[in-house]
Design a protein around this ligand. Structure first.
Ligand SMILES: Cc1cc2nc3c(=O)[nH]c(=O)nc-3n(C[C@H](O)[C@H](O)[C@H](O)COP(=O)(O)OP(=O)(O)OC[C@H]3O[C@@H](n4cnc5c(N)ncnc54)[C@H](O)[C@@H]3O)c2cc1C
Length: 298
């Protein structure tokens, strides 16, 4: 591994023995052997070639806001696309690198009197992670405004995939079922809007989120997808599970579909609560809740 890590340094910044709790919004997880930040797409290709040829475990991490890493060390390489963070607004189109911060982008489109991405102003992901998850809220999601994605195939070719090819669904996309494809860039088609109106909407929704979500504690947003015609939060709340604790992990007292890290929780405590909720909901309502968050290295 040491030799591989040294070679990676040719393609971008490398940090060794990185605590995953510093790179995930749950603030939990073991230590990753190394993080690499490829300088550009060409360097990313070289990184992937090296890792694949040497059978080294690896994955792309966005802002870590929808993942739960286990407490075990991640014996592999985490690839961060932070350097692919350029974006440009051309008329009503936004073209953004996978490493760009979605909230900053959305706020900038609003400043440019563009409508369509304001819904995402409370979602703390990067462009790649938001496309992968088809992130959404307030009745809209990424697939409503995305026209195409530039991606890297498993053979390290750069291709363009149109919206219709991306198998978008509720919190899912082509990339969720094809994990060896990498999102490099996304193009969004927005419409003309009024900055003042859009800013007022963003402000109103921010206040709503602050009032209804436990944003004062580390979490990874909603734990479970909503089952058809139902709400996971309501099912969990009706079972009286709000406030249930395991170690320092807690089913939020503010929003039952959030698990929060109250103070140095372990990933295993969060995982315990996820499994417990699933079992209770199955037992009481015969509903199989689906975890929206990605469980890694368990
Ligand atoms: C307080 C809070 C509120 C939230 N509210 C919402 C909400 O309202 N709606 C919503 O949908 N989500 C919400 N989320 C969840 C989360 O922010 C989104 O799912 C977001 O899209 C995740 O982006 P990320 O960059 O953090 O991805 P990560 O968590 O880093 O990664 C998620 C997955 O995407 C993969 N991935 C990331 N980048 C790429 C890439 N370039 N190519 C291929 N695969 C990639 C990763 O490998 C991983 O499997 C919330 C989270 C928090 C903490």
């Amino acid at each position: 591994m040491k030799e591989i890590i040294n070679k990676l340094k040719n393609y971008g910044e490398v940090k060794e023995n990185v605590p995953l709790k510093k790179h995930t919004t749950y603030r939990v997880g073991g230590v990753a052997s190394a993080f690499v930040y490829p300088k550009d797409i060409d360097s990313l290709k070289k990184v992937l070639k090296l890792l694949k040829e040497n059978n080294i475990k690896h994955m792309i991490l966005g802002n870590g806001s929808n993942v739960l890493f286990s407490d075990d060390d991640y014996k592999g390489i985490i690839i961060k696309l932070d350097k692919l963070n350029n974006y440009e607004i051309k008329g009503t189109r936004l073209i953004a690198g996978a490493g760009a911060n979605m909230i900053s982008l959305a706020l900038d489109t609003v400043k440019h009197n563009l409508k369509g991405l304001e819904f995402i102003c409370g979602v703390p992901g990067l462009v790649g992670g938001c496309v992968y998850m088809n992130a959404g809220c307030y009745g809209s999601d990424i697939s409503n405004v995305l026209t195409e994605v530039k991606a890297l195939t498993p053979d390290l070719e750069v291709i363009t995939l149109k919206n219709k090819d991306l198998e978008f669904g509720y919190r899912t996309s082509f990339f969720k079922t094809h994990k060896d494809y990498i999102i490099l860039e996304a193009t969004f088609k927005l419409t003309k809007g009024k900055r003042e109106e859009l800013e007022a909407l963003v402000k109103e929704r921010k206040e709503k989120r602050l009032a209804s979500q436990p944003l004062e504690y580390p979490s990874a947003g909603s734990v479970f997808r909503n089952p058809p015609e139902n709400f996971s939060g309501k099912l969990i709340e009706d079972l009286g599970l709000k406030g249930l604790k395991k170690g320092e992990a807690e089913i939020s007292t503010k929003h039952a579909n959030f698990i929060v890290n109250k103070n140095n929780a372990c990933a295993s405590d969060i995982k315990y609560l996820i499994d417990y909720v699933k079992e209770e909901v199955k037992k009481n309502y015969d509903i199989d809740l689906i975890c929206e968050q990605e469980l890694i290295n368990f």
